[in-house]
Design a protein around this ligand. Structure first.
Ligand code: NDP
Ligand code: 8X3
Length: 207
């Protein structure tokens, strides 16, 4: 049976690939991210499949709530949430890191994920089913130099996932925290703020 999936961070990387797989599987996929142009590109690439683009910033609590609460009837009953929107900014050691970078990672990876989850939970609870996939990271469990706040946000995602799973016992809603290792997406371009050489070097020697 076809499902309704909402994917955050569907303009790039893991979120985009997940959206493609679900859409090609015959599911209805609500694709979200800040960049409307990228959402349109993905929708065009998936022509013939059922996608619904929704552009918003996960840091904007009001926008998150109103977009999700005002979904058209055909997309309202979300079965699966994929919380992929997230980012790392900078690789400076803590004394040299920028407080604004720390704030943006916390606002996106922690608060943004919470806003989207909180907006969708009532839909799942009412229907007594659902699956929430959070994108944590190995960086949430293992330290590396310069990973300071990024890793800490992912540790939050891990613990929140455990606690959410506990709170949802008996509701038939499942929660998984996926913890990938380094993967070549836009992630490092974002982390190094467009310094492509630096971003590329991250993956030198990786297979
Ligand atoms: P990408 O940079 O390729 O994609 C990140 C996505 O997040 C984009 O679609 C971006 O969309 C979205 N996003 C970022 N900020 C916001 C925001 N404020 N509001 C809405 N959407 C936002 O990275 P990945 O696909 O690699 O990363 C996806 C998730 O996986 C992240 O949570 C990341 O921390 C995690 N991860 C990544 C790993 C890696 O090595 N790549 C490894 C482990 C975990 P837009 O810019 O259009 O808003
Ligand atoms: C992304 C993986 O190792 O670059 O979460 O932090 S890593």
């Amino acid at each position: 049976m076809s499902k309704i999936i909402l994917v955050t961070g569907a303009t790039s990387g893991f979120g985009r690939e997940c959206a493609k797989i679900f859409a090609k599987n015959g599911d209805k996929v609500i694709i979200t991210g800040r960049r409307e142009k990228k959402l349109k590109e993905l929708q065009n690439e998936l022509e013939g499949y059922d996608t619904f683009p929704l552009a918003f910033d996960v840091r904007d609590k009001k926008a998150v709530m109103s977009h999700i609460n005002n979904l058209p009837t055909a997309y309202k009953d979300i079965d699966i949430l994929i919380n992929s929107a997230g980012l790392a900014l900078g690789l400076e050691l803590a004394p040299d890191a920028f407080i604004e970078d720390w704030e943006q990672m916390i606002d996106t990876n922690i608060k943004g994920l919470l806003y989207v989850t909180k907006a969708i939970l009532p839909i799942m609870v009412k229907r007594k089913c659902g699956y929430i996939f959070n994108l944590g990271s190995i960086a949430g469990s293992w330290p590396y130099q310069g990973g300071n706040v990024y890793g800490a946000t992912k540790a939050f995602v891990e613990q929140f996932s455990y606690n959410l799973r506990t709170d949802l016992k008996g509701t038939n809603i499942r929660v998984s925290n996926i913890e990938p290792g380094a993967a070549k997406t836009e992630f490092s371009n974002v982390r190094f703020k467009g310094e492509t050489d630096k971003a590329q070097k991250v993956y030198d020697g990786y297979e």
